[in-house]
Design a protein around this ligand. Structure first.
Ligand SMILES: Cc1cc2nc3c(=O)[nH]c(=O)nc-3n(C[C@H](O)[C@H](O)[C@H](O)COP(=O)(O)OP(=O)(O)OC[C@H]3O[C@@H](n4cnc5c(N)ncnc54)[C@H](O)[C@@H]3O)c2cc1C
Length: 382
C-alpha cells in the first residue's frame, strides 16, 4: 500500500474546503484497512479517519493530524434471494441501480443519495420514507484495534440519521454491507412520501416497479439539486445536502413552526404526515427546513461566499472560496437564531474532521456580511 504525506483533502469533500492530511492512503477491503490502521499506530499515535465520497463531512481548515483512509472500489452483487453484498467503497447509487435493475425493492427511494456503501449505515441514510436500517442484515467492520468483526443491527443501534458508529469516539471502519432486498413494495405507515406521491400522480400502486420508483425519485431529487453527480452531471453544488437534522418537538411548537413556514392549511397536512411516520413519545418531527423558514431564513440567503442553496434551504453551500470555518460559522449563526427565536436546538448532520473552532471575529464578519435573498436585513440581525 502507498502512504502519501501532506495530501490536500478539499478535493475529497463535497464542500470543497479543508486542509491537508498528514498521511493519506486508499484502501478497498478489510485487509487493506487493517494494514492502514497498523501504519497509523506506528506513525501517528493511532490517529486515523476514514472518508468515502466526502459528501457528509466538513474537514477542518487545519487539516487532520493523522492518517486519512479513503475507502473506494470493490464489488457489489445481488443473489436471486435478494441478498445484496456490497463492499464499503462501492458508490451507493451503483448499489441502488443494481438492486432496481434486478427487480428488487427496498432501496429505490434512496436513489441518488451521494456517498459510499460503507458510509450508508453510519448515519442510517434515509430518503422519502425509506431507511437503510429497513433492509440491513449485517456489516463487516474493522475495529480500531485492526480486528475484523461482523456487526448486526443490534451493534449499530440505528436511529433517525444516526448509529453507534456515528457517535463512537473511536468508530470502526465499515468494509462491507449485507442487505436483504424485498420482492414487493413495502410502504411504511406514512405511505409514499408526499413529493413522490405528487410526482407519480394517480399511478396504480400495484403496477409500480423498483425502476419506475427509482426514476421518479431521481426526478424529484433533480428538482431540488440533491442528486449524486454520477446520475446527474448538473448536480455540482458544493454542499452536503441537508445540513441540519430534523428535530423532534412538542406538538404545539410543531404547529407554530410549520404554520409560520408554509401557512396554517398546509401545516396540518405536513404534521399529519410526520406524526404518522416519525414521532417519539410526546414529540413529533418537524422539518428542519421549516425551522429555518420559520426563523426568517430563505433559499438563496448569503453570508459572503457561504449561503443557503436557492433550490433547497437546508443545503448550506460553498458558493466559491469559502473556508470550513466560515461554513461552520454560518451553521452556528443559524443554530443560535433557532435557539433564541424558537427554543429549538438544531443538530448538524455532517461530521467534522479535525478542529471545529470558529473564532469570534469570524462570526462578527459573517453577521455583517449577511444578505437575505429578499435584500432586506431583518431587525433580529445584530
Ligand atoms: C446533494 C446531497 C444530497 C444528500 N441527500 C441525502 C439524503 O437524502 N439522505 C441522507 O441520509 N443523506 C443524504 N446526504 C448525505 C450523504 O450523502 C450521506 O450521509 C452519505 O452516506 C455519505 O457518504 P460518504 O461516503 O460521502 O461519507 P463521507 O462524507 O465520506 O463520511 C461521512 C462520515 O462517515 C464516516 N465514514 C465514511 N465511510 C465510512 C466507512 N466505510 N466506515 C465507517 N465510517 C465511514 C466518515 O468518517 C464521516 O464521519 C446528501 C448529501 C449531498 C451532498
Amino acid at each position: 500500500m502507498k502512504f502519501d504525506r501532506d495530501v490536500g483533502l478539499s478535493a475529497w469533500c463535497s464542500f470543497g474546503t479543508g486542509g491537508k492530511a498528514k498521511w493519506f492512503c486508499r484502501a478497498a477491503n478489510a485487509e487493506e484497512v487493517s494494514e492502514a490502521i497498523e501504519f497509523a499506530s506506528n506513525r501517528c499515535d493511532g490517529a486515523f479517519a476514514v472518508i468515502g465520497a466526502g459528501s457528509n463531512i466538513v474537514i477542518s481548515d487545519q487539516g487532520f493530524d493523522g492518517l486519512v483512509i479513503l475507502l473506494a472500489g470493490g464489488d457489489v452483487s445481488v443473489g436471486q434471494d435478494g441478498l445484496m453484498v456490497a463492499a464499503g467503497g462501492v458508490v451507493w447509487d451503483d448499489a441502488v441501480s443494481l438492486a432496481c435493475h434486478a427487480g428488487f425493492f427496498g432501496l429505490e427511494r434512496m436513489s441518488g443519495i451521494p456517498g459510499s456503501v460503507g458510509a450508508a449505515p453510519v448515519q442510517n441514510i434515509a430518503a422519502y420514507g425509506q431507511a437503510l436500517s429497513d433492509v440491513f442484515v449485517s456489516a463487516e467492520v474493522v475495529h480500531p484495534s485492526g480486528d475484523v468483526e461482523t456487526w448486526g443491527s443490534d451493534r449499530f443501534s440505528f436511529s433517525y440519521r444516526s448509529s453507534s458508529v456515528k457517535t463512537a469516539p473511536r468508530p470502526p471502519v465499515v468494509t462491507s454491507v449485507r442487505l436483504a432486498l424485498l420482492d414487493s413494495l413495502a410502504l411504511g405507515s406514512g405511505g409514499l412520501y408526499r413529493d413522490i406521491e405528487i410526482a407519480l400522480g394517480g399511478t396504480d400502486r400495484e403496477s409500480l416497479s423498483p425502476g419506475r420508483l427509482r426514476e421518479t425519485t431521481l426526478g424529484v431529487r433533480r428538482q431540488k439539486h440533491l442528486t449524486w453527480v454520477g446520475v446527474d452531471p448538473a448536480a455540482r453544488h458544493k454542499n452536503a445536502g441537508s445540513f441540519f437534522v430534523s428535530p423532534f418537538v412538542p406538538m404545539d411548537l410543531a404547529v407554530e413552526v410549520t404554520s409560520a413556514a408554509v401557512g396554517q392549511q398546509r401545516a396540518e397536512e405536513f404534521i399529519g404526515w410526520y406524526s404518522k411516520t416519525d414521532s417519539k413519545p410526546g414529540l413529533v418531527k418537524v422539518s428542519a427546513a421549516h425551522v429555518l423558514l420559520a426563523c426568517g431564513f430563505s433559499n438563496g440567503d448569503r453570508w459572503g461566499t457561504v449561503g443557503l442553496s436557492p433550490f433547497h434551504v437546508l443545503a448550506l453551500t460553498n458558493f466559491g472560496g469559502a473556508t470550513s470555518e466560515e461554513l461552520l460559522g454560518v451553521a452556528e449563526l443559524i443554530e443560535r437564531r433557532a435557539r433564541e427565536h424558537l427554543g429549538i436546538e438544531l443538530e448538524a448532520e455532517p461530521r467534522i474532521m479535525g478542529d471545529s473552532l470558529v473564532r469570534p471575529e469570524t462570526l462578527t464578519r459573517l453577521v455583517s456580511s449577511y444578505i437575505p435573498a429578499s435584500g432586506r436585513k431583518p431587525d433580529w440581525v445584530g
